[in-house]
Design a protein around this ligand. Structure first.
Ligand code: PEP
Length: 248
């Protein structure tokens, strides 16, 4: 059985005090949710305060980024060990915004995944095609390339793959459940080539304009094991409804 995984990606939103206010309201309303792994990824500046607030709760902490070196002259970067020290359990790697705005390549992403796993961090590894790729029939080629290169020389444990079609991120245009299911089934098939029968245990989550209105139909798909949520995770009410999705 794959435990559903629902993660909030706050991106560059919320100050330390706003993080504290959100969690003060959110923690009690989800405290009885045992069947879902709930993960929050606030900005770096809020990690410490979030770690203190969620201690002893059913919520886990993730970082939105990491650098692959252990220490040294890398101004502005944060190492995997620093994130573990801050209380992080997971790190998001390969988000399309990092690939697009910060020019992260498959090779850099692979280094980040390996360094994170070496330090005991779980990885939420994002893959997904652009609209242009989809319209020219290249979706599966892109997914295959990102998976093969990103997961090169990594063991199967402690990885969650997030399928995030770029055209659906922050656009209000969600993938239809059939489109999500088709891509997730393809990803699981690729994972089985890399990791054999471990593919059945692999959690593959969907990201791209997930809302309280569409979460139930996405989670009804047999290969959709959770969600990575941007905009709708910024409000307690909408993120709580997503965490408490209804099974079909
Ligand atoms: C994301 O940032 O990973 C994301 C899916 O954003 P949104 O839910 O706003 O589309």
């Amino acid at each position: 059985m794959r435990k559903p995984f629902i993660a909030a990606n706050w991106k560059m939103n919320k100050t330390v005090s706003e993080t504290g206010e959100f969690l003060k309201e959110f923690i009690p309303v989800v405290k009885d949710v045992a069947a879902v792994e709930i993960v929050m990824a606030p900005p770096f500046t809020s990690l410490m305060t979030a770690a203190k607030s969620i201690k002893g709760t059913n919520i886990r902490l993730a970082s939105q980024n990491v650098f692959y070196e252990e220490k040294g002259a890398f101004t502005g970067e944060i190492s995997p060990a620093m994130l573990v020290d801050c209380g992080c359990t997971y790190v998001i790697v390969g988000h399309s915004e990092r690939r697009q705005y910060f020019k992260e390549t498959d090779e850099i992403i692979n280094k980040k995944i390996r360094a994170s796993k070496k330090n005991g961090l779980g990885v939420v590894f994002c893959v997904g095609e652009s609209l242009e790729d989809r319209e020219s029939g290249k979706t599966f080629d892109i997914l295959n390339r990102e998976i093969e290169n990103g997961l090169k020389d990594t063991a199967a444990d402690n990885i969650v793959v997030a399928y995030e079609p770029i055209w659906a991120i922050g656009t209000g245009r969600t993938a239809a459940p059939e489109q999500a299911q088709e891509a997730h089934a393809y990803i699981r098939d690729r994972i089985s080539v890399l990791y054999g029968n471990k593919a059945d245990e692999f959690r593959i989550i969907y990201g791209g304009s997930v809302t309280p209105e569409n979460v139930d139909s996405l989670m009804a798909c047999s290969d959709v094991d959770g969600a990575l949520v941007g905009g709708a995770s910024l409000k307690v009410e909408s993120f709580t409804r997503i965490v408490k999705f209804k099974k079909g």
